[in-house]
Write a protein that binds this ligand. Structure first.
Ligand code: PLP
Length: 455
């Protein structure tokens, strides 16, 4: 049986139309990858403009990553971190993460995915307020279009309706507010700063309305990824933070995509002037060679968690794979490569090129509403009309057509579910020539989609 047939018969894929997939199966099976290129079973090469799902930052099949994993697997593939047990690499990695953190952080807790790490964040926030004797202070505010995962808790934090439908999400303690998406949310004529002020005032009213004694935390990606690569105004987070401080509400930075250099600086919090109390990282921490996530906890929160011991005894949270030595080996080597090869500076440099290429290729097109991003993270949002500004009636269909055509041209990009947007998040090692070919492939995809629209 062909692997495509096995796939169709026995596997069901995340984020697919299940009925359509059961009927038609996978379009392609990727069997190999090197640098920014992946190869399918038929031997056709594709430039991966998305680094998988925003994650293969050092590129595919990096020999040092393979060697580090082999060495660790032969030495100690696994031991757990429960009770007083531990292994050496997670301890070393924790010190490194604390030293790298964009704001002072105190402790690290490991998980396996961005989703479970954000569930951990919610549990920490609830535990924190229980220890402080504030059992009512439990609501977590997230933003529409934000992406924080798909587990029972984090799936609700995610502000995308299609991830709630059919699952009875979000859970009752979750609330959503407006995102800082200038194209659709900003009043005509408003400056960036005025837009930020409006959103901060709205948040203040929102918290007062909910009751500040019931609101525990706000979770936010510095630059939103899956919601459409949404870059906030520079003053947005400082203004939001003032409101949070006023009501003693914690800030959780979801750095799952932004962290470790994607924006051309170490962390998204640096890029967007965020000063979180808690941070979530995953994806780029190992360049996805092995699943790993981590929660970074500030001293303010840590001191309260410590006080919890007297009240609750042992901290009742942790996974079989928390602090997995193989994952820690992948993370250490991945961070070594990024540091040694100056990849964050390369992201900043190549990011400029990517944005220039996107502007040259897309800015004048009548169906392009906005080109945005930072570093090697960018998006082009399509609209039915620019003047007056009007979205396509069937949201996402046009970007889907562009993406499919780009794939035919040998470029993998991603149509984001929340908008008519295609995104770019290539590996940090992508060369200027590859960036040019990625943009050209998607631009040709746009022509094809326009042709389809007219026919
Ligand atoms: N947070 C952000 C910002 C993400 O983009 C994602 C996944 O794309 C997650 C959390 C969830 O991570 P995972 O898919 O590893 O559970």
């Amino acid at each position: 049986m062909h692997v495509e047939e096995l796939d169709r018969n026995y596997l069901f894929h995340p984020m697919t139309n299940l009925a359509a997939h059961a009927e038609n199966g996978p379009h392609m099976t990727i069997v190999e990858g090197h640098g920014a290129t992946v190869t399918d079973r038929a031997g056709r090469d594709y430039l991966d403009a998305m680094a998988g799902l925003w994650c293969v930052n050092v590129g595919y099949a990096h020999p040092e990553m393979a060697e580090a994993l082999r060495e660790q697997a032969l030495k100690l593939p696994y031991f757990h971190a429960f009770s007083s047990m531990g292994t050496d690499l997670p301890a070393r990695l924790s010190e490194r993460l604390i030293n790298m953190a964009p704001v002072p952080m105190s402790k690290v807790f490991y998980g396996n995915s961005g989703s479970d790490a954000n569930d951990t964040q919610a549990k920490l926030v609830w535990y924190y307020n229980n220890v402080l004797g504030r059992p009512m202070k439990k609501k977590i505010i997230a933003r529409r279009r934000g992406y924080h995962g798909v587990t029972v808790l984090s799936g609700g934090l995610t502000g995308l309706k299609n991830l709630h439908d059919g699952f009875d999400l979000p859970l009752p303690m979750i609330r959503h507010i407006r995102p800082p998406h200038g194209l659709w949310e900003r009043e005509p004529g408003q400056t960036d700063d005025e837009f930020a002020t409006t959103l901060a005032i709205e948040l203040d009213r929102f918290i007062v309305n909910e009751g500040p004694e019931t609101v525990a935390a706000l979770i936010a990606e510095p630059v939103m990824a899956a919601g459409g690569v949404i870059v906030p105004p520079d003053t947005y987070f400082p203004k939001i933070q003032e409101v949070l401080d006023k009501y003693d509400v914690l800030l959780i930075a979801d750095e799952v995509v932004n962290g470790f250099g994607r924006l051309g600086v170490s962390f998204g919090s640096v890029s967007t002037n965020m000063k979180p109390d808690l941070m979530t990282v995953a994806k780029g921490i190992t360049s996805a060679y092995v699943p790993l996530s981590a929660v970074l906890v500030s001293d303010k929160v840590w001191q309260v968690l410590l006080d919890g011991s007297a009240k609750y005894g042992s901290f009742g949270h942790g996974y079989t794979y928390s602090a997995h030595p193989l994952a820690a080996a992948a993370a250490m080597t991945n961070l070594d490569i990024i540091e040694r090869d100056g990849l964050v500076d390369r992201v900043a440099e190549n990011g400029k090129l990517l944005h220039e290429l996107l502007h040259t290729a897309f800015a004048d097109h009548p169906n392009v509403g906005e080109i945005r991003g930072r570093g090697l993270m960018a998006a082009v949002e399509f609209v039915e009309s620019r003047e007056p500004l009007r979205p396509f009636a069937q949201q996402g269909a046009f970007a889907g057509a562009v993406t499919r055509a780009a794939l035919e041209n040998g470029v993998i990009t991603r149509a984001l579910p929340a908008a008519d947007t295609v995104s770019f998040s290539p590996p940090f090692v992508t060369t200027p020539d590859e960036l040019e070919r990625m943009v050209a492939g998607v631009r040709a995809g746009l022509d094809h989609a326009v042709g389809e629209l007219r026919s």
